[in-house]
Design a protein around this ligand. Structure first.
Ligand code: CP3
Length: 344
C-alpha cells in the first residue's frame, strides 16, 4: 500500500521534493472566521468542548490554505481539568487554575479512569474530523508534555520562568515526581483514546522543556516523552509521534533515539544549518521559521522561508513555524509562506 499523505511519508523518513506544511495554532485568533466561531461558542473553553464547533475551527485553516495536516482543536490544559482542577481563562491574560502542590492535593485528583467524563467531547471532535477532512490531509492529535502541564498546575497560571515548578521540584521532589508520573499515565490514556477515535499522528508539546537544566531535562522532559511514546507505540504499532521539547538547544541532538519519536519539532532557537547536521541525521524534523515573519511578512519572510526549506531539503522535513502563530499575524503572510514553500 502506498501512502498518499505527505506528512505520513515524511514521518516514515521519506525525503520529499516539497516539504509538507502545517502551522502550530493554525486555528486561532489571527483568522476572522475563528474569531466568529469562538464568539458563537461563547468563550475559548466552551469552544474546546463543543465538538461540532471545535471541528469547524480545525477545518477553517484547511479550507482557507490547504495545509497538509489538521491539528485537533483543544488545549493542553483540558487534561488537568479532567483530573479535577478548576480551569478558566482571564481575557487578555491567559489560563488560571487551582494549584496542586501538596500530597493531599495530588491525592484529591480524580482517578485516571474517570478523565473521559470530561474529555469525551474531544474524542468526538476527532471522530468528526476523521470523517470530514479531505483524504490527503493528516489528522494530528496532541497533549501537553507532563512537565509543561505540571508548570501550570503548580503555579496556577503561566509563568515566565516556571519558577514555582522548579521550586517544588527542589523542595518536595517526591510530590513533584508523583505529579509527573500521574500526568504521564493520564496522557497515555488520553492520547490512546484520540488514536482510537481517528488521530493519525500524535504530537507532544513540551513548551517549557528548555528551562530544565542538567539531569532534570532527561528525567522530566525526555523520560516522560519516552514513556508516552513507547506506551502509545505498544498499543498502536504504526503510530508516528512528534516530540516538541521547545528550547532544547544543543540537547535536540540525539533526541529521536532517546525519546523513540519519529520526528523532533524544532523551535527557532536553533539554526536550520545546525539542525540539518545534528538533528535531521536522526530522522524527520519539523520547523522552524520564526513566527514573527507571519506578522512582518515581505522579503524577509520569503528569504527565511526558502532558507528553512533549502537547508532541510536533504532529509525528511515537515515545514512549520518554530512556535505558534500569534493573534497579530496577517492571514496574507501565511499564504505568502505557503506559496514560498510550495514554490508557487
Ligand atoms: O495548534 C493548534 O491550532 C491546536 C490547538 C492548540 C491550542 N493550544 C489552542 C489555543 C494547541 C496545540 C495548544 C497547545 C497549548 N496550549 C500549549 C503548548 C503549545 C505552546 O503554544 O507553547 C500551551 C502552553 C497551552 C496553554 C494555553 N492555551 C495558553 C498559555 C493559552 C493562552 C495564550 C494565548 O495565546 O492566549 C491558551 C489559549 C489557546 N489555546 C488559544 C488557542 C487558539 C487562544 C485562546 C483564544 O481563542 O482566546
Amino acid at each position: 500500500m502506498t501512502m498518499t499523505k505527505t506528512i505520513l511519508r515524511a514521518l516514515a523518513g521519506e525525503k520529499l521534493p516539497t516539504p509538507p506544511i502545517w502551522m502550530m495554532r493554525q486555528a486561532g485568533r489571527y483568522l476572522p472566521e475563528y474569531r466568529a466561531t469562538r464568539a458563537q461558542a461563547g468563550d475559548f473553553l466552551s469552544l474546546c468542548y463543543n465538538s461540532e464547533l471545535a471541528a469547524e475551527v480545525t477545518l477553517q485553516p484547511i479550507r482557507r490554505y490547504g495545509f497538509d495536516a489538521a491539528i485537533l482543536f483543544a488545549d493542553i490544559l483540558l487534561l488537568p481539568q479532567a483530573l479535577g482542577v478548576d480551569l478558566w481563562f482571564e481575557t487578555g491574560e491567559g489560563p488560571r487554575m487551582t494549584t496542586v502542590t501538596t500530597p493531599a492535593e495530588l491525592k484529591a485528583l480524580k482517578p485516571i479512569d474517570q478523565i473521559d467524563e470530561v474529555l469525551n467531547p474531544v474524542y468526538e471532535t476527532v471522530k468528526i474530523l476523521s470523517r470530514e477532512l479531505p483524504k490527503e490531509t493528516t489528522l494530528i492529535g496532541f497533549a501537553g508534555a507532563p512537565w509543561t502541564v505540571a508548570t501550570y498546575m503548580i503555579a496556577g497560571r503561566g509563568t515566565p520562568d516556571q519558577g514555582p515548578a522548579h521550586a517544588l521540584k527542589s523542595a518536595d521532589r517526591a510530590t513533584f515526581s508523583a505529579l509527573i508520573d500521574l500526568l504521564t499515565d493520564a496522557t497515555i490514556e488520553y492520547l490512546s483514546k484520540q488514536v482510537v477515535a481517528g488521530a493519525e499522528v500524535i504530537k507532544i508539546f513540551d513548551s517549557w522543556a528548555g528551562s530544565l537544566q542538567g539531569q532534570d531535562f532527561y528525567d522530566f522532559a525526555v523520560e516522560p516523552a519516552r514513556r508516552i511514546t513507547t506506551a502509545l507505540k505498544d498499543r498502536h504499532p504504526h503510530l508516528p509521534v512528534i516530540a516538541f521539547p521547545r528550547g532544547a538547544g544543543e540537547r535536540y541532538e540525539g533526541l529521536h533515539e532517546k525519546i523513540g519519536a519519529d520526528c523532533i519539532a524544532l523551535d527557532d532557537g536553533v539554526s536550520p544549518e545546525w539542525a540539518a547536521a545534528h538533528v535531521q541525521t536522526g530522522g524527520c524534523v519539523q520547523g522552524n521559521l520564526a513566527s514573527h515573519h507571519m506578522v512582518t511578512g515581505g522579503d524577509d519572510l520569503i528569504r527565511e522561508t526558502r532558507k528553512v526549506v533549502d537547508t532541510l531539503s536533504n532529509g525528511p522535513h515537515i515545514f512549520n513555524l518554530g512556535h505558534g502563530i500569534t493573534p497579530d499575524a496577517s492571514p496574507d503572510n501565511v499564504q505568502l509562506m505557503i506559496d514560498t514553500v510550495r514554490g508557487a
